[in-house]
Design a protein around this ligand. Sequence first.
Ligand code: FAD
Length: 276
Amino acid sequence: MKPIELSFEFFPPKTPDGVEKLRATREQLATLDPKFVSVTFGAGGSTQQGTLDTVVDIQKAGVDAAPHLSCIGSSKESLREILGQYRSHGIRHIVALRGDLPSGMGEVGELRYASELVAFIRQETGDAFHIEVAAYPEYHPQARSPRHDLEAFAQKVKAGANSAITQYFFNADAYFRFVDEARKLGVDIPIVPGIMPITNYSQLMRFSEMCGAEVPRWIAKRLESFGDDRDSIRAFGLDVVTDLCRRLVDAGVPGLHFYTLNTAAASKTICERLSA
Ligand code: FAD
């Protein structure tokens, strides 16, 4: 089997302990030789320095690190400044997003959609960055319609995105169908599945509710039935997510992007099982 291109997503830690924990996580995942790792960005710039510091720290370890950048709540001037900072640190890879404003927080900003951010990055920096964008096989929760969401995705690609990472999903068919539909709209960039390892039932249900990812009933029911038995949750989660990844890899996906939540164990075990 051809080796799978892997990438791992982290969030910027807020405490010295968090920084140490992330270093340990990165070291464990580095043994899997990821193509790149990415670091999230809080809407409105709330993690601006943390995102940059984390990316710079990772680059020093010789791993390609891509900061995320969201445009909601930001002015063009502040985005220009951040892009300048990224460039001055030798960063050449970016994940461009609209982001979500916490409820009640501030103005939308000068750019309303990720497609406008991608166009802005291209206008300001030409081909300086490889740009990743988000894709939603089960559709974005605010989308007017599935068709409209697909067209919005195609718009980001037209604006200059080089590749896409999907929201996580547990229905492989939703991903296959989404890719087929996107290809019909002329989208020819790689669309890499985002993978969420399952390690915690209530957290998974909360995240999924927020981001519009469906947890199939049979998975939710089994996880719920384990109660506080974390070992059973982890064991079942590993089986389910490894099976999903195997199906995706067998179908020839261009890579797998893991939402690690800054821990290594589950992502690492899944990748090791896939290559066994
Ligand atoms: P868009 O592509 O702009 O889409 C947002 C909504 O607007 C969709 O419903 C779309 O259908 C609609 N839309 C798009 N264009 C138009 C248009 N022209 N007219 C009308 N409607 C339109 N969030 C963060 O805050 N920080 C992060 O670091 C972060 N990283 C992420 C990484 C990945 C891989 C993914 C999948 C998501 C991430 N998110 C992050 C969450 C993301 O910001 C939210 O899902 C957000 O709600 C949408 O961002 P987007 O870039 O997909 O937006």
